[in-house]
Write a protein of this length. Sequence first.
Length: 65
Amino acid sequence: MPYVNVKITRDGVTTAQKKQIVADITQSLVTHLGKKPEHIHIVIDEIDPENWGYTGMLTTEFRKK
């Protein structure tokens, strides 16, 4: 049972984009590892940019540069 956890910043990612990510990851696991789609679990965690650190600073600060 593959479990994939995708963490992204919460900034306007659409439901359609999330659906495509889930479909693409599922297909990749089916194609490359021979897994059955009904056994694949994918969770998308959306993190507020102020709660994500990058290069020693918060993402919100980094993006202002």
